[in-house]
Design a protein around this ligand. Structure first.
Ligand code: FES
Length: 512
């Protein structure tokens, strides 16, 4: 193992295991206008599989990525390919009905089998393996929830076992096993699809930020550099759909961050993928690396911008790995951001009946590997005019009073509270107190100001007002980013947009 990555405490910087163990091809920036059948925005798993499937159907496709391919949530996942998505099936039966819950399961099963089939057909070497998936608990409340979930599995005909012990050495009161699920190395899988996409004629551009889509009837994607892509259809696979004014997604999606560490231990890994239903949640799986096995320990999720000291989340995971698995070294650590919808079902399909040429796919909670593959297939069917029985269930413009109203009111009250709280917040910090490579909030001439001090002492002062809808961003020391608690926009230490819905950088103040 490379020396620079192993540390008995914690690697000094965050880096995804997936991204560090694969060669990702790079592509140039779009430097002219284009005309294609389908323009896809977002170079993660949804965008890539959609582009691949649509190109196979004979469409002329272009894929635009604002930064680098596979550098968003897809590059920072735990990469479980499973239909076991935490506690979900009992909730879907309660919120909707057994038919909807069953459809969600079938949708995921079909996606899993598609991934398996492609890997086998193309003989893709991507550490693909079959594993059982376990939900486990060590609390009384958790046992009750697991029993409800087990009953839902039974009602829906999901292959399962309710057990009191798991193969891995952790204290457990009860566990629910979903048999024969999968895991893989997502970037090894997707880089192979990228190769095939190029052979199919897909035009791929990186560092090409789409900033708007004009004319929903005959869509034209506008890029930041002033180029236009004329399309019959647009697929927004950019996590937060940026044609937000039309979709109202700011009021219907909330962002969460979660953390992963890759650790080494002398203990042999007993197999399986695990997720606790307790708080704080813990996720466990293993990944082969050279002639060793790394254990991936995840969890600690929180609403974006509201996690407090972000370094503390990594420390909690490492403490857990040491306590239960005698972890000796921490090789990697990284975090990711996921979006959840009001009713926990993703939004996949046309924005609305009147804007049927713009399609979105988002809101996968933390289960984007399987849901993205299903979404790409659904989007391809919709664009090709094929019937797909899942279209109605995931329609972005659906509205179910029972499932939506309460969650809508709570989420938007929280956002409004956050907006006001950020504006009122005081700070006794001073610029002099900010150490190198860190940032803080100070009052400069009475205004809330974000101050980042580079290692060499250079100071960067930014206006902490988020350029999306005006909430106040907070500093994330682990990732060295400014994160917005309202809808999850993220900005670099110097204010550049890393993740939307914001499209404009944070306003600079005088740098020193
Ligand atoms: Fe919406 Fe910041 S992301 S206000």
């Amino acid at each position: 193992m490379e020396g620079k990555k192993t540390d008995s405490n914690m690697p000094p910087y965050t880096e995804s295991f997936w991204r560090d163990t694969v060669q990702i091809p790079s592509f140039s920036r779009l430097d002219r206008d284009l005309e294609v059948d389908v323009g896809i925005i977002g170079g993660g798993i949804t965008g890539i599989i959609s582009a691949y499937l649509l190109a196979k159907e004979g469409y002329a496709v272009t894929l635009l990525e604002a930064g680098s391919l596979l550098n968003g949530t897809t590059g920072h996942t735990t990469a479980k390919v499973t239909a076991q998505h935490g506690l979900i099936y009992h909730e879907l039966i309660e919120r909707f009905n057994p038919t909807t819950a069953s459809a969600y399961y079938q949708f995921n099963l079909a996606a899993m089998e598609w991934i398996k089939q492609i890997i086998e057909q193309k003989q893709i070497v991507c550490d693909f393996s079959e594993e059982d998936a376990y939900l486990f608990t060590n609390s009384e409340g958790g046992v009750n929830s697991l029993i409800e979930e087990k009953n839902a599995y039974k009602q829906l005909g999901i292959d399962h076992d309710y057990i009191e012990e798991v193969p891995i050495d952790i204290p457990v009161e009860a566990a629910l096993r979903m048999n024969k699920q999968y895991q893989f190395h997502p970037l090894k899988f997707l880089t192979r699809l990228l190769e095939d996409m190029e052979s199919l004629g897909v035009q791929i551009y990186e560092n090409t930020m789409a900033i708007g889509v004009e004319d929903p009837q005959n869509p034209v994607i506008q890029t930041k550099e002033g180029h236009q892509v004329l399309c019959q259809k647009v697929v927004e696979a950019s996590h937060f759909p940026f044609t937000d004014a039309r979709g109202g997604f700011s009021t219907r999606l909330y962002p969460e961050r979660s953390y992963v560490t890759a650790v080494r231990t002398k203990q042999p890994y007993p197999g399986g993928m695990y997720a606790s239903v307790d708080t704080p949640m813990r996720s466990i799986r293993a990944v082969p690396y050279q002639d060793e096995t790394l254990w991936l320990i995840g969890g600690e999720s929180h609403k974006t911008g509201k996690g407090g000291e972000t370094e503390a989340h990594y420390k909690a995971l490492i403490d857990y790995a040491r306590e239960h698995f005698s972890a000796e070294e921490v090789s990697y650590r990284w975090s990711s951001q996921d979006l959840t919808t009001l009713d926990k079902l993703p939004y996949i399909g046309p924005l609305s009946d009147r804007q049927s040429n713009i399609l979105v796919a988002t809101g996968f909670r933390k289960w984007g590997m399987t849901l993205a593959a299903g979404a790409a297939k659904l989007i391809t069917d919709i664009i090709s005019g094929k019937k797909n029985r899942f279209q109605k269930i995931f329609a972005p413009n659906r509205f179910h009073p029972k499932a939506h109203l309460k969650a809508f009111a709570k989420f938007n009250a929280d956002s409004a509270k956050e907006l006001v709280k950020g504006k009122m917040e005081g700070s006794s910090n001073t610029i002099e107190n900010i150490p190198p490579s860190q940032a803080g909030i100070v009052r400069v001439e009475g205004q809330r100001t974000g101050v980042y001090r580079e290692e060499n002492g250079t100071l960067h002062l930014i206006d902490t007002t988020c350029t999306h809808m005006g909430c106040e961003v907070n500093w994330n020391q682990a990732e060295k980013t400014w994160d917005c608690p309202c809808h999850g926009s993220r900005f670099s230490a110097t204010g550049e947009v890393l993740e939307g819905p914001a499209k404009m950088p944070l306003k600079q103040k005088d740098n020193r």
